[in-house]
Design a protein around this ligand. Structure first.
Ligand SMILES: *[C@@H]1O[C@H](CO)[C@@H](O)[C@H](O)[C@H]1NC(C)=O
Length: 389
């Protein structure tokens, strides 16, 4: 009897720690709304039913997704919820439809406030679309796996996102967002599978992320301010990129971005700023890149301002994007190409206030090179390859 009581107590203790749902939260299990953990029955209606119920709850509410695979055809959740605090606690996997469609988004939150997505896996099942794109004709653009639009007070914590059809996570038009401890993975050859894309948003923090994809690990679009990125590993992928910017002639700028304590392993780029070569009133101002480790990265430090895919509508034009106050400090490791530092700025809008401090990048066992076009700034401490600013 005592033995039984002890094991009951340890079971309860274990359950409490495995599911640390705040006791005050009202819990809405999607199984009660008709979801089936069989990976085949569309559970979108059940998820949306649980969302409506949770959203109408005057007390903080948790939508609970237990273990198992839940097929979700598409789910758009919106509106301000009564309690101002809604958690989606996922232990299982949300699975996207296997085929592909013209849909831009799979799981979307729009105009929400105080929503957290905690734990679990979302599987975008992108492989058939990537194969279609590899053959190269008549394929849809793709579907973003998880997006938050025009929302605030958002937390994404401990989520894994795998094999998205297009971007894994998009934060657009949001304020006050924390993305912590996420894992993102798709093959290095999967097209346009960016890890996290942020644009038109302020006060966003991304920390403790492990990202490997076929495109940018993190991409930063127009209108991003007060972005903090810390402890991110990237690879495979195209690196952490501010850009592409300046596609539009009128565009919001990017201001106050910090990217610190990062590791890039075998990526195409490390720390990149990329703009279109065409007129624009956008800008990049106030960026700190610090404490980065490069492992065999093709372009560890790079600014390019002449992006013009397919040479359409821009050949021979200069970028209007003004880049200023960008500092690189404590950046170490190896470049996979001879040019480890490449500042190719706009002839009509030269980069200014570029700062280099404590840089040591080598090309195999040989010295690497730095290349500067229309770039000005200053150097402190030891900088290898020697600065060309
Ligand atoms: C820059 O952004 C950080 C958050 O990333 C914030 O703490 C800081 O106050 C911002 N600085 C300014 C001048 O707005």
């Amino acid at each position: 009897m005592i033995h039984f009581q002890n094991s009951l107590i340890s079971l309860l203790v274990a359950l409490f720690f495995i599911h640390p749902l705040t006791s005050a939260d009202k819990v809405y299990n999607i199984l009660s709304f008709g979801a089936k953990p069989d990976g085949q029955t569309d559970s979108a209606k059940a998820l949306l039913g649980a969302w409506s119920a949770a959203c109408g709850s005057p007390a903080p509410a948790t939508i609970y997704v237990p273990s198992g695979r839940f097929l979700i055809s598409q789910a758009a959740m919106s509106g301000s919820c009564k309690s101002g605090k809604t958690t989606i606690q996922i232990d299982g996997t949300l699975v996207a439809p296997l085929g592909y469609s013209d849909a831009d988004e799979w799981i979307t939150f729009e105009h929400v406030d105080g929503v957290s997505v905690v734990g679990g896996t979302i599987d975008g099942r992108g492989a058939p679309l990537w194969e279609c794109k590899a053959k190269g004709h008549g394929c849809p653009h793709g579907t973003t796996s998880l997006s938050f639009r025009d929302s605030k007070g958002i937390v994404i914590s401990g989520l894994s996102s795998v094999n998205s059809k297009l971007y894994h996570i998009v934060i657009s038009g949001c304020q006050n967002v924390r993305v912590q401890g996420v894992k993102i993975s798709a093959p290095g050859k999967s097209p346009n599978t960016d890890g996290i894309h942020v644009q038109g948003s302020s006060d966003v923090t991304i920390s403790g992320a492990g990202i490997g994809t076929g495109d940018d690990c993190i991409s930063i679009g127009p209108g991003t301010t007060n972005l903090w990125i810390e402890r991110v590993t990237c690879g495979p992928g195209h690196g952490i990129s501010i850009g592409s910017l300046g596609k539009e002639s009128q565009e919001e700028g990017v201001q106050n971005v910090t990217v610190r304590t990062t590791v890039f392993a075998g990526t195409q780029n490390g720390l990149r700023i990329k703009t279109w070569g065409r007129p624009s009133d956008g800008f990049v101002k106030g960026v700190v890149f610090e404490h980065a480790m490069m492992q065999n990265v093709e372009n560890p430090i790079i600014i390019t301002q002449s992006y013009c895919p397919g040479n359409k509508d821009c050949p021979g034009q200069n970028s209007g994007i003004k880049i200023s106050q960008v500092t690189y400090s404590d950046i170490h490791g190896t470049s996979a190409t001879p040019v480890a530092v490449d500042f190719s700025c706009s002839p009509t809008n030269p980069c200014s206030g570029i700062g280099l401090q404590d840089i040591k990048l080598t090309y195999g066992n040989k010295p690497a090179e730095a290349s500067c076009k229309h770039a000005g700034g200053s150097v402190t401490g030891l900088v290898v390859p020697p600065s060309c600013l």
